[in-house]
Ligand binder design. Structure first.
Ligand code: DX5
Ligand code: ZN
Length: 222
């Protein structure tokens, strides 16, 4: 598991494997690591919380056996408490749950840490930041969704940008220690609006371009 100390010296990039070739995930993970990625973002969807089906526990377990980087697992599923143990045993390093998907997020976030993973919390674009505020002391990561969860390749929602600034302000004010992550429509065109994020998730932008130059552009190195 990659440890972090805030502030990060440079932004982390967590490419979404949703845009990888599912018949060649090991190859694509290695290519992403060689191209300078920091984490690997795994989008788990159950066809209920979001209208799409993707990756489940057995696939995460197989990915972990060969993954060259920590797995940043984003659960878009109903009642995630049923599956967190499975996803952690399978090898999730960061495990992020949606605040809308669960009645008692605090219990689940504590359990994720007890089971040995780093807990994260996230929210749909339509959910106000106040919904996650009670849990900020419990998490290592807060994910700001800049698209409606469910599909890659959507447009970045600028109206979500203030959430990143507010999370940064709250972190400084209350001495919290979470990473601020942004997910959805992140590209060389929108990354300037993510100045307050520490971790950039990007799927279609990274995979539609040369991996190395795309990751360097997101990090502001090119
Ligand atoms: C959407 C997922 C994202 C998505 C990102 O539900 O959480 O991780 O795959 O893809 P792009 O970068 O194409 O918006
Ligand atoms: Zn995601």
């Amino acid at each position: 598991m990659s440890d972090f100390k805030l502030p990060l010296t440079e932004k982390w990039v967590s490419p979404s494997l949703l845009s990888a070739d599912f018949a060649n995930l090991e190859r694509d993970m290695n290519a992403l690591a060689a191209a300078g990625a920091d984490l690997l973002h795994v989008d788990v969807m159950d066809g209920h919380f979001v209208p799409n089906l993707t990756i489940g526990i057995p696939v995460v377990e197989s990915l972990k056996k060969v993954a060259p980087l920590p797995l940043d697992v984003h659960l878009m599923i109903e009642k995630p408490e049923r599956y967190i143990e499975g996803f952690i045993k399978a090898g999730s390093d960061y495990l992020t749950i949606h605040v809308e998907s669960i009645e008692k997020p605090a219990d689940v976030l504590r359990r994720i840490r007890e089971l040995g993973a780093r807990p994260g919390i996230t929210l749909r674009p339509g959910t106000p930041l106040s919904a996650v505020e009670p849990y900020l002391a419990l998490v290592d990561l807060v994910l700001v969704m800049t698209v409606e969860p469910g599909f890659g390749g959507q447009s970045f929602r600028e109206d979500q940008v203030p959430k990143m600034a507010e999370l940064k302000r709250l972190r400084a004010e209350k001495n919290y220690s979470y990473l601020i992550e942004v997910d959805g429509g992140v590209s060389d065109k929108t990354v300037q609006q993510c100045a307050d994020a520490d971790v950039l998730v990007a799927g279609s932008y990274v995979f539609k371009n040369d991996l190395r130059s795309a990751i360097r552009k997101l990090k502001g190195l090119a």
